[in-house]
Write a new protein. Structure first.
Length: 178
């Protein structure tokens, strides 16, 4: 009888822990030394912004997400958490939406709507990926696809925020190889 009680308790615990969230822990913020010293504290951010994103350049294309609610393209990015630097917010949001642990190199620009866009490097062999692929399972609540696309073939109405297309192209041109 004791054996069955112990077995039942073990099975109950296994069932309880098997239902845990499948999202892995987010990686530590990876950013250049220059950004680390400039934005060590959020109050030191020189850009007036409450949202940040990464511009990831892959040869002649950029990495964008397709937003679930609108079906339109957008930068991988989002809001800044309390006590978080803009560059670390860009890193975190890019990881949450694409699954890629990017290296945030430098601030490129701020869009008209106040989104701080950073040059982010990715060394995960993404060049070999197809131009359109699925986001990680945990991102599917916000993102339907991750896409590599030439920023000069995108139409304004394809962007979630049409005014961001000019910023996307400006950032693409300003993004210099490491």
């Amino acid at each position: 009888m004791t054996f069955y009680f112990r077995l039942s308790a073990i099975l109950a615990l296994l069932t309880l822990f098997a239902c845990s969230d499948s999202t892995p822990s987010q990686p530590a913020c990876r950013q250049s030394t220059q950004l680390s010293t400039e934005t060590a504290q959020p109050q030191n951010n020189t850009v007036n912004s409450n949202a940040a994103a990464c511009l990831v350049k892959i040869q002649n294309k950029v990495l964008l997400i397709r937003h679930r609610l609108t079906g339109k393209l957008d930068f991988p990015g989002g809001g800044v958490d309390k006590d978080e630097s803009l560059s670390c917010a860009a890193h975190r949001e890019t990881w949450e939406e694409t699954g890629f642990n990017v290296f945030v190199r430098k601030h490129l620009l701020t869009t008209r709507r106040g989104l701080s866009v950073f040059a982010c490097d990715l060394d995960a062999g993404v060049g070999a990926f197809p131009d359109n692929f699925s986001p990680p399972a945990w991102a599917k609540i916000e993102v339907t696809a991750v896409e590599k696309i030439d920023p000069f073939v995108i139409e304004h109405n394809a962007m979630r925020f049409p005014d961001d297309l000019v910023s996307l192209r400006d950032g693409f041109i300003a993004f210099t190889p490491q």
